[in-house]
Ligand binder design. Structure first.
Ligand SMILES: N[C@@H](CCC(=O)N[C@@H](CS)C(=O)NCC(=O)O)C(=O)O
Length: 218
């Protein structure tokens, strides 16, 4: 099977899958579509009219086996291929719970998810980000904090939920998000510990040496 992950030339919704493949030493084509090329492309050629998309091709026949369009599905597929998806029901349950909660931090509407703040400006941005810090983080990150066994989600073995958590923790602590202070995760040492564990892996460090602009998950 050959894998091609198509996304834009930034971290965003592709970083967890890129890192999963890197950590699992799974070869993949990391196609990065320039914005001007995307703007002029036929969106109907993409299942959801958006990116990321993961193409899986049979090496022998050259036939397309699967085209995945949703980042959450892509993370799970990447986790399986990379050996980052657990096999036991207890661990699966816990990893899925953390995956869902990380996604809630991004896209939940009640309280406000980070994605909804990205296109705001001025007072609207300030008030949405303040709500995000005051409500969303305590609601979802504190739940994740309680679930983590440590040093990773299920204990000593890294899982795909650790990779997605790493990406959001780096972004939240980056200082790149207006109105989100860099110490916003001070009260969540286990979440920060997962982040440190993922970041310390040689293959992850090598990835960020190649793509330094993605190191803060943006
Ligand atoms: N639900 C989709 C959302 C994908 C999405 O919104 N992708 C954005 C980039 S992060 C995109 O393709 N934007 C360009 C466009 O919609 O034209 C997923 O999770 O994969």
């Amino acid at each position: 099977m050959s894998l091609k992950l198509v996304f834009f030339p930034f971290a965003g919704r592709a970083l967890p899958a890129r890192l999963a493949f890197v950590i699992g030493n799974v070869p993949f084509v990391d196609e990065r579509v320039p914005f001007d090329k995307w703007d002029s492309s036929d969106k109907d050629a993409f299942p959801a009219g958006s990116l990321p998309v993961l193409h899986i091709t049979d090496d022998i026949t050259g036939a397309t086996t699967l085209v995945l369009s949703e980042s959450q599905a892509i993370y799970r597929y990447a986790g399986h291929r990379a050996g980052l998806y657990p096999s036991g029901p207890t661990e699966i349950g816990r990893v899925e719970e953390v995956l869902k909660l990380v996604d809630d931090v991004f896209s939940s509407t009640d309280p406000i998810g980070l994605m909804r703040t990205f296109h705001l400006q001025g007072d609207a941005l300030s008030s949405a980000r303040k709500e995000f810090v005051a409500k969303t983080i305590p609601t979802f990150i504190s739940r994740i904090e309680k679930l983590l066994v440590g040093p990773y989600t299920t204990g000593s073995t890294i899982s795909i939920s650790d990779v997605t958590l790493f990406c959001i923790v780096r972004l939240l602590m980056s200082g790149n998000l207006d109105h989100v202070p860099v110490d916003v995760l001070e009260a969540y040492p286990r979440c920060r510990g997962v982040c440190e564990g993922v970041f310390a892996r040689p293959e992850v460090m090598a990835y960020f040496a190649k793509y330094p602009n993605e190191v803060n998950g943006a």
